[in-house]
Design a protein around this ligand. Structure first.
Ligand SMILES: [Zn+2]
Length: 497
């Protein structure tokens, strides 16, 4: 069975993630996350805060998901955030023109290509409706934003669900810059929901209608694109780059990337290194990831330079992060439509800052963390998460649910909660509980048995080796710390034969 199928089946069986409002025959492209799924997402988010937000000295904000129409006039989304669609004249089925051409001819056409170009290719290759074989109508552009009419009066769309979280960052930049005692380069981050009216949501969390983004926009003076305070610490960091003109991915140090002019400047190399480091901490291997340089036609409409961070996954190369050099596009266009001056004055110079964007999709990262952590034991899937991402560190299990074993287990669970992520479970047989938590990726199990009641000891079980040691309760927190710093289980107590 392929990993992707295994993950989706496991996810459904153990409620990691499942269709939203499933009991009402859900709309496609919307997913809810169960307790373990939500816990893993929190861990990814915590790591993002630690590895990206803190490292680039970014501030974090929380903005609304509904934004006024004017916002999207300014941002260009009303005009440019469109997908090319083609409809069959006979059966009226609708297809993404770029995807259809790719399936039929094997050729990639950027989704940003013009409708005439699409029509030309469809005609030249004599592409017909894949469903009924009849003729296709002309290609049309469909706006992917979900429109709303806010308030009792409006009959037209006067607002939209934001298609990217960064819009709040651009509109509040001036306020934050002036009020928060910060200077350039200034990072502003936000985690939140974004919405895209996908024609055909597919592959579970790969193409969604409601998604979660972890975005950081860094505002800087374009004249200082080669001034990076931390440069000495990062200049030798090796970046995995898939250049436009090269077939294979190659490693370049940040310094080389700048010298060879592969990137616009030191700031860009530095932010790419920070981004790559985050994924190294997620346990991803360098041979399975790359920054892919995008050609002009494939880039988003606001970007001057784009490096998609991609991983080699079950479903092919999968984009997890768009790294975009948005220049002054956003601030300039918001300034133009709003009439509010969004420039700054630094070193006696007045200018509109440029923006480097690190735009991550939490849902895809979550899915790939599952894929990358999936192992098999006795033909059953088990997850082995890297330390930083473990949703649960320890599970506490009473051998039976009586004679005070359950009460004692709850006490131990409380003791451990101060330092670790812990779950208490008294349901079903001990063997079955071991199997379930092994699958969930919980590295350690504490078992409370009748000896616990006599001598204040418990057993500590290592999920991977399935070895168990007997250990005093008051030594338990320290032993668990040691285990997570790499100590072998047999060094932590008396091994049980
Ligand atoms: Zn048809």
């Amino acid at each position: 069975m392929n990993k992707y199928k295994e993950i989706t089946e496991f996810a459904d069986r153990r409620a990691l993630f499942f269709p939203t409002a499933e009991i009402h025959s859900a709309l496609s492209g919307f997913w809810d996350f169960g307790p373990m799924g939500a816990a893993l997402r929190r861990k990814i988010t915590e790591l993002w805060r630690k590895e990206i937000v803190k490292k680039v000295d970014s501030v974090e904000i929380e903005g609304c998901v509904i934004l006024p129409k004017q916002n999207f006039e300014a941002s260009g989304h009303l005009k440019n955030f469109v997908d090319p669609l083609v409809q069959c004249k006979k059966c009226h089925k609708i297809f993404r023109a770029d995807k259809l051409i790719e399936t039929e001819t094997g050729k990639e056409v950027p989704e940003a290509a013009g409708t005439k170009e699409f029509d030309g290719i469809i005609k030249k290759n004599n592409i017909k409706c894949p469903a009924c074989g009849k003729e296709l109508a002309n290609v049309k552009k469909f706006n992917m934003m979900i429109g709303l009419s806010v308030g009792p009066v409006s009959k037209e769309y006067n607002a939209f669900l934001r298609p990217e979280t960064c819009q709040n960052i651009f509109t509040s930049f001036q306020k934050i810059y002036k009020s928060s005692r910060v200077s350039l380069p200034l990072g502003i981050s936000q985690i939140g929901k974004a919405f895209r009216n996908e024609i055909s949501p597919r592959q579970t969390l790969v193409r969604l209608r409601e998604l979660t983004q972890l975005e950081t926009e860094i505002f800087f003076n374009p004249k200082k694109i080669n001034e990076v305070e931390e440069w000495d610490r990062y200049k030798n960091h090796m970046l995995r780059l898939k250049l436009l003109k090269e077939k294979d991915t190659k490693s370049f140090s940040c310094e080389e990337a700048v010298k060879k002019k592969l990137v616009s400047g030191k700031l860009v190399a530095y932010y790419l290194a920070i981004t790559q480091q985050f994924f190294e901490k997620c346990g991803f291997s360098p041979e399975n990831f790359r920054f892919r340089e995008l050609e002009d036609k494939a880039k988003a409409f606001y970007s001057k330079e784009t490096w998609d961070f991609e991983v080699k996954s079950e479903v092919g190369w999968l984009e997890l992060v768009a790294n975009n050099y948005r220049t002054d596009y956003d601030l300039s266009s918001h300034q133009k439509v709003s009439g509010v001056d969004l420039s700054v004055v630094e070193d006696d110079e007045k200018f509109i800052p440029h923006v480097w964007e690190i735009s991550m999709g939490l849902d895809r990262i979550f899915l790939y963390v599952l894929e990358n952590s999936l192992a098999t034991r006795d033909n059953k899937p088990i997850f082995k998460f890297p330390y930083y991402l473990n949703p649960l560190h320890v599970v506490v299990l009473p051998l039976v649910r009586k004679d005070g074993l359950d009460k004692k287990s709850r006490e131990i669970s409380e003791l451990l909660k101060e330092r670790f992520d812990v779950k208490y479970d008294e349901k079903s047989s001990i063997g079955k509980r071991y199997v379930i938590y092994d699958q969930f990726g919980v590295p350690l199990a504490v078992t409370v048995d009748y000896d616990t009641m006599k001598e204040d000891t418990v057993t500590l079980r290592d999920r991977d080796t399935q070895k168990q040691v007997r250990i005093k309760i008051n030594k338990l927190p320290e032993a668990i710390e040691k285990f997570f710093s790499g100590e072998k289980i047999e060094k932590l107590g008396n091994i049980i034969k």
